[in-house]
Design a protein around this ligand. Structure first.
Ligand SMILES: C[C@@H](O)[C@H](NC(=O)OP(=O)(O)OC[C@H]1O[C@@H](n2cnc3c(N)ncnc32)[C@H](O)[C@@H]1O)C(=O)O
Ligand SMILES: Nc1ncnc2c1ncn2[C@@H]1O[C@H](COP(=O)(O)OP(=O)(O)OP(=O)(O)O)[C@@H](O)[C@H]1O
Ligand SMILES: [Fe+2]
Length: 568
């Protein structure tokens, strides 16, 4: 099968021919380069209307020269997400070409294409995917016929966050490659001077597997206004932003039990990001793949390759139903071209795979190693936050120390507020180590049930009532004793009965803001959606638990938070 793909969601007018027989891809692209500032939607659309017919023509001519008039078996196009005016031009071109050639039309989700090209090239079975592109930043994992969004930016896409800074200092679009070059130069000069590259203090915001870039863009702009050398800012910006992306990727591998990671998107061309992800994967025994650069930035090659898989599965679209969708989320795509396996197994422990291991033996979370000691009746865990070689040493030291301090303090405070948590026996800041009471029989992730999620709702409400957020309330950070949970609800004891414990308060902090409280709920619900086959009843029980103890306002805000994370 040979598929002609068309891409033009924002800046790159591109056409490609994918030949499934030989697995070869020809790509012809014509980028839009704004004279000043960022991408102007109207100018970008004007570029598409001129450039799309030209790139399509070049690819079609090449295909017909080689294979004759029946060279093309299907036409695939980017249906979204992207800029409306650009998408409409791509859609019109694709419809008219499919009509002229009298072949089926395939509507491709651009973000799923960024993922599938990596899966196709790596030969990985069931990877987690980090999409690091201009307008987006998210983690996807396959589960029950869909790509679930395991984590995502709460505000800007990663490329846009970087480009915002470069616009502020007057550099032309796109800024990403210029930041990379400036950061590399600063690092190598600092090495020559013998002092090592210095790190500016910038916000590092990770909430479960979600993250935010708005604070860091402003901090970078402020530093420039204060006269900090721009190369130094570029270096720190990259170290923070990419460490955040690497950390959430590791959390996603840990939560799902996957042992393969693929990278996609324009920012994935960055060597420093690839180096960090490769180092993280190596340390946990996972495989890592980043496609070659021509498949990372926006390109029609990935559209043609996924288009061929979809066409082979009969997943084509009638012209009358082929409208574009600027907000097309990857989790809305029925995945017709894969068999029913799942990446999200939930509750996997240890490093790669985590299969066939005793889930209660010594384990490794995304951040820490946990060793169980002591005897029956006095079991303890020793939790040590290990060095992460991918992070700048200064940033790594600060994060491990701050999180250890926060965990010890908030675990105690939560307990005092009536939320079941482990006793804290010892804190050793020099080695970022805590000794904690062993609680529960297993992680909630391995034994998801409505009584337990309802209890988590009550616990979080109580915690928020005390002005604390957990920061990372995933199903891996709740310990349960299933029998006592059942007894507790049957006895009608509301919230302080043993059976469901919150652990791992390292990302927690004090706040009375409704927004922060709502974010906790969003993270917990995200972790259920990422791993459960039937999430809705678990989430309904969770919200009922929260409502019974907490503020209705927080549940209302949760709807806004959930919508806001979605691509605009
Ligand atoms: C929906 C679609 O239109 C959108 N496309 C998009 O964002 O273009 P993409 O080619 O994936 O990424 C462009 C971004 O990639 C950044 N970029 C390119 N090379 C880079 C580098 N070496 N280091 C860091 N960023 C880089 C650019 O600064 C720009 O922000 C998307 O995929 O989200
Ligand atoms: N007090 C405890 N009692 C029983 N088990 C525990 C306790 N603390 C941690 N564990 C176990 O160790 C695992 C990892 O612990 P924890 O979540 O604190 O580490 P982490 O590295 O921060 O994990 P992650 O970042 O992946 O959430 C937990 O999922 C849980 O199974
Ligand atoms: Fe893209």
């Amino acid at each position: 099968m040979r598929v002609l793909g068309i891409e033009g969601t924002a800046w790159c007018a591109s056409a490609a021919l994918y030949d499934a027989e030989t697995d070869s891809v020809l790509i012809e692209s014509d980028p839009y380069e704004p004279d000043s500032g960022g991408i102007h939607p109207r100018e970008a659309a004007e570029h598409m209307s001129e450039a799309i017919p030209a790139v399509v023509d070049r690819v079609l001519t090449a295909a017909e020269d080689e294979h004759g008039p029946d060279a093309i078996d299907a036409v695939a196009f980017s249906r979204g997400p992207g800029l409306g005016p650009c998408l409409r031009i791509v859609g019109t071109a694709a419809r008219s070409l499919a009509g002229t050639l009298d072949v089926p039309l395939v509507g491709v989700n651009h973000m799923v294409a960024h993922l599938e090209i990596g899966r196709h090239q790596s030969g990985f079975d069931n990877p987690v995917c980090l999409n690091a592109s201009g307008a987006n930043a998210h983690l996807l994992g396959y589960h029950d016929g869909r790509y679930r969004v395991l984590g995502e930016t709460m505000d800007a896409g990663v490329g846009n966050a970087i480009d915002k800074f470069t616009r502020h200092v007057g550099w032309s679009h796109p800024g990403g490659p210029k930041v990379e070059a400036a950061a590399a130069e600063y690092a190598s000069e600092a090495d020559e001077d013998g002092g090592g590259a210095e790190l500016l203090d910038m916000p590092y915001v990770v909430k479960g597997m979600d993250f935010s870039f708005s604070g860091i863009s402003s901090a970078a702009n402020d530093a420039a206004d204060d006269g900090v050398p721009v190369e130094e800012i570029c270096f720190s910006l990259q170290e923070h932003v990419f460490a955040m992306l690497t950390e959430v990727s590791e959390r996603a591998l840990s939560l799902t039990g996957a042992d393969e990671l693929v990278l996609g998107g324009g920012v994935a061309q960055n060597d420093r990001l690839r180096e960090m992800l490769a180092a993280m994967c190596e340390a946990r025994g996972a495989d890592f793949h980043a496609p070659e650069p021509r498949f990372l930035r926006d390109n029609a090659g990935m559209i043609a390759v996924l288009g061929a898989k979809m066409a082979a599965a009969g997943d084509t679209v009638p012209i009358a139903e082929s409208a574009v969708d600027p907000n097309f989320r990857p989790d809305r795509v029925p995945v017709t071209w894969r068999d029913g396996e799942s990446v999200a197994r939930g509750g996997a422990t240890g490093g790669a795979g985590g299969t066939a291991r005793d889930p209660e033996a010594d384990r490794r979370g995304a951040e820490a190693t946990v060793t169980v000691t002591g005897t029956e009746g006095d079991r303890r865990v020793i939790k040590r936050r290990v060095e992460k070689s991918y992070r700048h040493p200064e940033l790594d030291r600060a994060l491990r120390r701050d999180r250890t301090v926060a965990e010890a303090r908030l675990t105690r405070e939560a307990r005092r507020a009536g939320v079941p948590t482990p006793l804290v026996y010892d804190v050793d800041l020099a080695t970022a180590t805590l000794t904690l009471q062993y609680v529960g029989e297993r992680d909630l992730a391995t034994a998801l049930d409505e009584r337990a999620t309802e209890a988590v709702g009550r616990h979080l409400a109580r915690l928020h009532g005390a002005g604390i957020v957990h920061g990372d309330p995933t199903t891996r950070n709740v310990r349960v004793s299933p029998d006592s949970v059942a007894g507790q609800t049957a006895n009608g004891e509301p919230d302080t009965a043993p059976g469901t414990y919150l652990i791992d308060f390292g990302l927690g902090y004090h706040t009375g803001h409704v927004e922060d409280h709502a974010m906790d709920l969003h993270v917990f619900e995200g972790s259920i959606r990422a791993t459960a086959s039937d999430p809705d009843p678990l989430i309904a029980a969770f919200e009922a638990g929260y409502e019974a103890v907490g503020e209705g306002e927080v549940l209302e805000r949760l709807r806004d938070v959930a919508d806001r994370g979605r691509y605009r």
